[in-house]
Ligand binder design. Structure first.
Ligand SMILES: [Zn+2]
Ligand SMILES: [Zn+2]
Length: 302
């Protein structure tokens, strides 16, 4: 059977396998395109094995894994949602922002490239600090750990572990890389307003990732005022109380719920693909919000 490459069709008519509201989905995952341990195709294969009908690949600062994920998803009948995870600032407070359903990657790509360049610069500065502290880690070793993907502190931690300077990721962050530790370097700052605007410009939904205990009415209200579309309700970092409160706030603010495992490739634990049992109904709500945005009379994002 031959199929028409999706790229040759209008953006909306991408051959997306239908997702039933009773199916399960996972709307937060990482691959080797950023700091995940497995390739995009393998993330999708794992989702398929877990019985998921849809998966959002949400690598940090890159959409680089999406084409491979899409190709595998089309083959296996798993709907792939193009996503990205951004680090954004609201004053001195950092939030993670998920851009889901990115329809026009070309509108966000140059900004993402800038963020990746910022990550490389930051990694180089951290390595220089580690060298000063007596650990001859090389930037080449760190980039090799990143495998050409968006480089982050977990990759530096892996290089430290490989060199015998830390026994695990926890120790690497606790001794050197974490906030306030000797080799920590501040991240580039993107305001949450600019982050939301970027996601909207690319046709996506802006969803605050794992707000946890800070996900309270008074904290989220200003984000909703900036155009936030949704709240990540289900996440392995959330307590049962967080999940309950965030679900209620989603209704209160009339934004959409989202959820996912934030999978990075581990074989077990709470962060296993599909572990959050996110219903397809939530994905349907996200689709409906996107559709409503396109209707005349409704404020459009572009
Ligand atoms: Zn995050
Ligand atoms: Zn994540």
């Amino acid at each position: 059977m031959t199929s028409i490459p999706a790229a040759s069709e209008a953006p909306k008519s991408h051959a997306t396998p239908a997702v039933d509201k009773t199916d399960f989905v996972d709307l937060h995952s990482h691959s080797t395109a950023s700091d995940g341990a497995v390739a995009p195709a393998q993330v999708v294969e794992t989702a398929h094995k877990a019985g998921l009908a849809a998966l959002a690949l949400t690598d940090h600062d890159t959409l680089g894994g999406i084409p491979e994920a899409r190709a595998t998803g089309d083959r296996l009948g798993v709907r792939i949602i193009a996503g990205v995870e951004l680090s954004v600032m609201e004053g001195a407070r950092e939030w993670h922002l998920l851009g889901l359903h990115i329809a026009q990657p070309e509108k966000i790509e140059s900004a993402l490239e800038g963020f990746r360049e910022g990550r490389r610069t930051r990694a180089t500065t951290i390595v220089a600090k580690l060298n000063e502290l007596g650990m001859p880690v090389t930037i080449e070793a760190v980039f090799a750990e990143a495998g050409g993907g968006a480089v982050g502190r977990p990759h530096i931690a892996r290089a430290l572990i490989a060199g015998g300077w830390a026994k695990d990721q926890w120790e690497a962050f606790d001794k050197y890389l974490g906030t306030g530790k000797p080799a920590n370097v501040e991240k580039m700052h993107l305001s949450i307003a600019d982050g939301i605007r970027l996601v909207h410009d690319a046709g996506g939904l802006a969803i605050v990732a794992h707000p946890g205990k800070d996900g309270r009415r008074e904290r989220l209200e200003p984000l909703v005022a900036l155009g936030l579309d949704g709240i990540e309700v289900r996440h392995p970092g959330h307590s049962a109380e967080d999940t309950k409160r965030l679900a209620a706030l989603t209704e209160f603010f009339d934004v959409v719920p989202s959820g996912g495992s934030d999978w990075h490739g581990a074989a077990s634990g709470a962060r296993v693909l599909g572990a959050m049992h996110v219903p397809g109904e939530w994905l349907a709500q996200q689709d409906a919000r996107l559709a409503a945005r396109k209707q005349p009379g409704v404020k459009t994002a572009v």
